[in-house]
Design a protein around this ligand. Structure first.
Ligand SMILES: [Zn+2]
Length: 653
């Protein structure tokens, strides 16, 4: 009942009979029958219309009505970690029935029978309770804490002046059972999308009452309804987006029981995250698509009305358990094919943006298996940009050799010639890079030195100097005409630039941890330098065409971390190779290898390297161990934390 219905009634009570008509018109839409308004109508010369202890529900008198339907309020609608039927204050109203105790002569006494609670102003009232005459009329709410059973009726007795009105209730229990037929507790449990191949044998096809599910994440519906006379009933489960009441997916379930007196049970249901799984062959009616923090709502309709209960996917982000919701931040950089040209994906900037956002949506679906998201695709930061030119100086790229100390470094920066820098005997690449940094800063440029991981064959670690103008724009580095960049007889100086005309030169096993000079130039120039975000670069192709994506992970301890480079073919293979989700997996897992590198081939795994089927058998599954590893390596307590708390409850840090 909307508040507008009983509040005018209260005004009418104070204001006298003439206002009652206005009240009737306010509430009349709720019911086709006569509207009874307690004292208000008594004052309009109908003294017998309302018994002494007047009680209305939806504007109608409750005497002699059929029982009012209630769900046993086992869920946790306000997500506060306390089951609604255990909550003392601020009890959520979703699953309560409202009654209005009408005004009249003398106090009203309330006596609930059975597992029924009386809630007033959100607070569970100690009962029996007495309400004085001047507290009336008043709305109260009834909540069921247990199902109606044959010998266990639920009723509220409302007495005034020696007369008693009895309001009967019928309570049904709607719950989800886990793989072992144990009831899930909404205040403690969260649902988990399956990590198995959707139509494999770990989803029982049987309707057997005591069947168990080999997949621990499958659930089934159980309903206790003492009024359900036969052995079959039906109910619906639906997934609702976390923010609005928008239905994402819904399935009808047929519940059965072997004999009268037992609860009804549905077959097992598998929760999945994408359309391919939702339409997996052979399991129609047993698969429900969900998203992170969706509400799974059970909807049960009987002759007495409709009741619902709900349980959410994952747990609130302020929790620390394996199902607490987490969010990683992605930052995408789409390269232009040539300066000022079109982006390397799509036909224009708008379509490139759309492709990236679609990829983020797919990654969200895949990584839902670990209870995490990359956020709404529309919120992902996407930059479409020209390649950086000659803006990076590499000292001893690859070989890491120290200087002989017998030469000079000669450079022009934006056309200006730097004073020659003499190399020093046995100077490591880093020491030479620091000399360059000082010279560049004295000449008014910004220079940043980074040290690369030592290559397999390197003497020392190589070092790079990224050079910018003071306003942050890139410079153009050139040799001085007629001179080599360095005349040192042992330590080489090279200039890094990105030229995607022939693709991006990819790393090989010798350079894997640090990347090639071209990759380092791209990433050091355009990366955000924040190791707690995942930088995603999209290029046209890799020069040698040996891969469609690569990942720079933290375990390599180089200056480039938590970065993924994808070529446009990697994106074309979306939903077949799930390339982006796979490469991000290397970053989140902080692991460069694939399961099939170190163990038996498991082609349905996301981190498998050699499967590209786009079907339900495609490479998209994560294991529980992988999800645990992500939370350990990249979780909120890791350094840097790639995951943040998602959908934390207000007031909880
Ligand atoms: Zn891989």
């Amino acid at each position: 009942v909307p508040k507008s219905c009983y509040k005018p009634a209260a005004r009418a009570e104070r204001g006298g009979a003439c206002r009652a008509l206005a009240v009737i018109s306010t509430c009349a839409w709720l019911t086709s029958g006569p509207v009874v308004l307690g004292t208000a109508s008594a004052q309009t010369s109908e003294p017998t219309a309302m018994p002494a202890a007047g009680v209305t529900h939806l504007g109608r008198r409750t005497d002699g009505q059929r029982p009012l339907l209630l769900p046993v309020d086992l869920d946790d609608d306000d997500d506060d970690g306390v089951a609604d039927d255990d909550q003392i204050a601020d009890v959520p109203r979703e699953d309560l029935v409202e009654l209005v105790l009408q005004a009249g002569d003398g106090p009203v006494k309330l006596v609930p029978l059975g597992e029924l609670r009386v809630i007033r102003r959100g607070i569970a009232m100690p009962t029996p309770a007495t309400l004085t005459q001047d507290e009336l009329p008043v709305p109260i709410f009834l909540q069921a804490r247990g199902p109606s059973m044959g010998g266990r009726p639920l009723a509220l007795l409302v007495s005034r002046g020696g007369r008693t009105t009895r309001v009967d209730f019928h309570a049904v229990e709607l719950s989800l059972l886990d793989a072992n037929n144990r009831r899930l507790a909404p205040e403690r449990d969260g649902l988990q999308v399956s990590r198995r191949v959707t139509n494999d044998r770990s989803l029982p096809r049987t309707t057997r009452y005591d069947a168990r599910s080999p997949d621990p994440d499958n659930v089934r519906l159980q309903i206790v309804d003492a009024a359900g006379g036969g052995k079959v009933l039906t109910a619906r489960i639906e997934s609702l987006l976390p923010v609005r009441d928008t239905v994402r997916d819904a399935i009808e379930l047929r519940l059965t029981r072997p004999r009268i007196g037992l609860p009804f049970r549905s077959p097992f249901v598998r929760l999945v995250s994408d359309e391919v799984d939702r339409h997996a062959p052979g399991v129609a009616g047993q698969v429900l698509q969900v998203g992170l923090r969706d509400r799974l709502r059970i909807v049960y309709r009987s002759d007495l009305g409709e009741v619902t209960q709900q349980l959410r996917v994952g747990r609130p982000g302020d929790e620390d358990g394996p199902r607490a919701a987490r969010r990683a931040r992605l930052r995408a950089v789409v390269m232009r094919a040539y300066p000022g040209g079109p982006p390397v994906i799509g036909v224009d900037d708008a379509s490139a943006l759309r492709i990236v956002r679609d990829e983020v949506a797919i990654a969200n679906e895949i990584w839902l298996q670990c209870g995490m998201t990359f956020g709404p695709p529309s919120e992902t930061a996407v930059t479409i940009t020209d390649s950086p030119g000659a803006t990076l100086i590499a000292v001893s790229d690859g070989d890491g050799l120290p200087a002989a100390g017998d030469g000079e470094i000669r450079l022009r920066v934006d056309g200006r010639e730097l004073s020659p820098i003499r190399t020093r005997p046995e100077a490591t690449p880093m020491q030479t890079a620091l000399q360059l940094e000082i010279a560049l800063e004295q000449a008014g440029f910004d220079a940043v030195v980074t040290v690369n991981p030592k290559t397999v064959f390197g003497a020392h670690s190589g070092a790079d100097v990224l050079v910018r103008r003071p306003d942050g724009r890139f410079v153009e580095l050139q040799p001085v005409s007629g001179k080599t960049l360095s005349s040192d007889s042992r330590q080489r100086i090279t200039v890094g630039r990105v030229d995607l005309g022939d693709g991006l030169a990819e790393f090989d096993n010798m350079t894997a941890t640090g990347g090639t000079l071209e990759e380092r130039t791209l990433i050091k120039a355009l990366g955000d330098g924040d190791p707690s975000t995942i930088d995603l670069f999209i290029v046209n192709r890799f020069t040698q065409g040996t891969r469609q994506g690569e990942a720079f992970i933290e375990g390599s301890a180089g200056p480039i971390v938590n970065t993924v480079v994808l070529d446009r073919n990697g994106l074309r293979q979306r939903q077949t190779a799930w390339t982006m989700a796979h490469e991000i997996g290397h970053v989140l897992l902080n692991h460069p290898l694939h399961p099939d590198n170190v163990g038996p081939d498991q082609p349905s795994l996301l981190m498998d390297a050699d499967n590209n089927r786009g079907t339900v058998n495609g490479p998209k599954r994560l294991t529980e161990a992988e999800c645990q590893r992500v939370r350990r390596e990249s979780g909120v307590d890791a350094s840097p934390p790639l995951l943040r708390r998602h959908d934390a409850r207000p007031g909880v840090p």
